[in-house]
Design a protein around this ligand. Structure first.
Ligand code: NI
Length: 187
């Protein structure tokens, strides 16, 4: 397994070509559940854990396929060709993304979501989630549809640099240790 570089967007900087532009394009459906897919899935798990993050979509490592991995509360979920088939309720949440490093925004998400997908072996699965897991299900499915969380209505104007790149400054380290602001890892 290999940790792969994560494709990163510049906020407000449009890309017209290459992997950054492909973050905004719908990924292709997987129809072969072969060794190549398992290799991609294993690298994605490794990359997500190294980041660290709670989720990762294949386009974030430059692979334009509908594959996502999520790990919440030590439960690993692999989703191939996921589709949201049901949502319930609404809530406003803090959200970040490994492809938009250093920023957090406020977003409206469904409280509960049901996703149908395949697992890495091609078996049909249904996954239901709320809380952080439900949020990650929505975030990663969005990625595979070419949508970043900052592309949702009104999110851009809420963006804050909650975790600055220079996190070594003691005041910031103390603030995050004290649990000020959102503390979930990005996805
Ligand atoms: Ni993301």
């Amino acid at each position: 397994m290999t940790v792969r570089p994560i494709v990163v967007v510049g906020v407000g900087i449009p890309a017209t070509d290459g992997p950054v532009a492909r973050l905004r394009q719908k990924a292709k459906k997987v129809n072969r559940f072969d060794r190549n897919l398992h290799h991609i899935v294993d690298d994605m798990i490794e990359t997500m854990r190294a980041a660290p993050g709670v989720g990762l979509a294949a386009p974030q490592i430059g692979v334009p396929l509908q594959v996502a991995v999520i790990e919440v509360d030590e439960k690993l979920t692999v989703l191939v060709n996921p589709e949201v088939i049901k949502t319930e309720g609404e809530e406003e949440l803090d959200e970040g993304c490994l492809s938009v490093p250093g920023y957090w925004g406020r977003i409206t998400r469904a409280q509960l979501v049901v996703v149908k997908a395949r697992d890495r072996f091609g078996k049909h699965i249904r996954v239901k989630g709320d809380g952080l897991f439900g949020q990650a299900l929505q975030h990663e499915t969005d990625h595979l549809n070419g949508k970043l969380y900052i592309d949702h209505d009104n999110v851009l104007k809420t963006l804050v640099r909650h975790r600055p790149e220079r996190a070594r400054e003691p005041a910031e380290a103390e603030a995050s240790a004290a649990g000020v602001g959102p503390s979930e890892p990005a996805r």
